[in-house]
Design a protein around this ligand. Structure first.
Ligand SMILES: [Zn+2]
Length: 315
């Protein structure tokens, strides 16, 4: 399996949407889509998506029409088109009249908690709506001059309303590395104090300005555990809209094994063999991150190449 195929298997990355990039500036086409009977809106409130309260695996989408006249005026974001349906993301404003009616229709919930119950296409759609509404919320004012900004080009630009400035602001995503480090037959796992008891994962951290992704891998592992790594290979990527990351997965090999926590991020780190991990999972003394995350995929990919069978059989 190559890295493109691995990325496509990652949850939140499997959206089949045609993003219709060339249509974003076509105001007439956008206006037509906003009222088309086949159009569906993906509501987001306080970064949460809307689900059927009786069946949280069912995301609730809204159709244009008399019940939802507010939709077209709420700076809708063109997410894309799939199988003849045009999807828009829309932020449900705090305190708005329609918020109460939506809350009688279903329940707003954090996508990260519900994700595993969704099909991959819906997961990708909701993740994109969440990521885009989050960006809009935080760019209502121009970073250059402080004036209000306005959504444009189907929501993929915010333009400064100050004619003397006119700066355009584009959606951002924050690159972060996540790396499975090996030493012989052992894998480096670590935990943060704020995680649920027993949860261990691979190391991760944000790429800093002026740094290559590979250098970020080397720096993060060294800062967090005092381990130096070499033989760094790209694995796959995953959009991670919690709130705005793009996870860049790598594997690497350690050149030393003496663990020291050199920053405050980790509560504990350890080297673990496949057999030890299998036994710890059976004894429920270790919990891994959920299968929808690339961290889980990296651990699974390492585990499954060994002599202890498939990771999924021990979960
Ligand atoms: Zn400005």
């Amino acid at each position: 399996m190559n890295h493109y195929e691995r990325s496509a298997l990652n949850f939140f990355a499997a959206s089949p949407l045609d993003r219709m990039t060339l249509k974003r500036r076509d105001a007439a086409w956008l206006a037509e889509q906003l009222t088309a009977a086949t159009t569906r809106f993906v509501p987001v409130w306080q970064t949460k998506n809307l689900f059927d309260a009786q069946d949280m695996s069912r995301a609730l989408l809204l159709a244009p029409g008399a019940d939802h006249l507010w939709l077209a005026a709420a700076e809708p974001i063109l997410l894309g088109v799939h199988e003849g349906i045009t999807y828009f993301g829309v932020d449900v404003a705090e305190g708005a009249d329609h918020l109460a009616s939506l809350q009688t229709l279903g329940k707003f919930e954090d996508l990260r908690l519900v994700g595993t119950r969704l099909d991959a296409k819906t997961g990708g759609l909701l993740a994109l709506a969440r990521a885009m509404t989050y960006w809009h919320q935080r760019h209502r004012f121009c970073g250059d001059c402080g004036s209000p900004t306005q959504s444009a080009d189907g929501g993929f630009v915010r333009r400064c309303t100050n004619p003397a400035c006119g700066k355009q602001h584009f959606p951002r995503t924050d690159p972060a590395i996540i790396v499975q480090v090996s030493a012989g037959d052992k894998c480096l796992l670590a935990r943060q104090a704020v995680w649920p008891p027993g949860r261990y994962s691979v190391l991760a951290g944000f790429v800093e300005p002026g740094e290559s992704v590979e250098d970020a891998v080397i720096r993060e592992v060294l800062e967090e555990t005092n381990i130096r790594v070499t033989n760094i290979h790209y694995y796959a990527s995953q959009p991670w809209p919690f709130p705005a990351s793009l996870m860049l997965g790598y594997t690497a090999e350690a050149t030393n094994v003496d663990l020291h926590y050199t920053d405050d991020e980790l509560e504990h780190a350890r080297w673990i063999s496949r057999r030890e991990l299998k036994e710890a999972l059976q004894a429920e003394t270790i919990k891994l991150p959920p299968p929808l995350s690339i961290s889980h995929r990296l651990i699974e990919s390492w585990f499954d190449t060994g002599e202890c069978g498939r990771l999924r059989d021990w979960l």
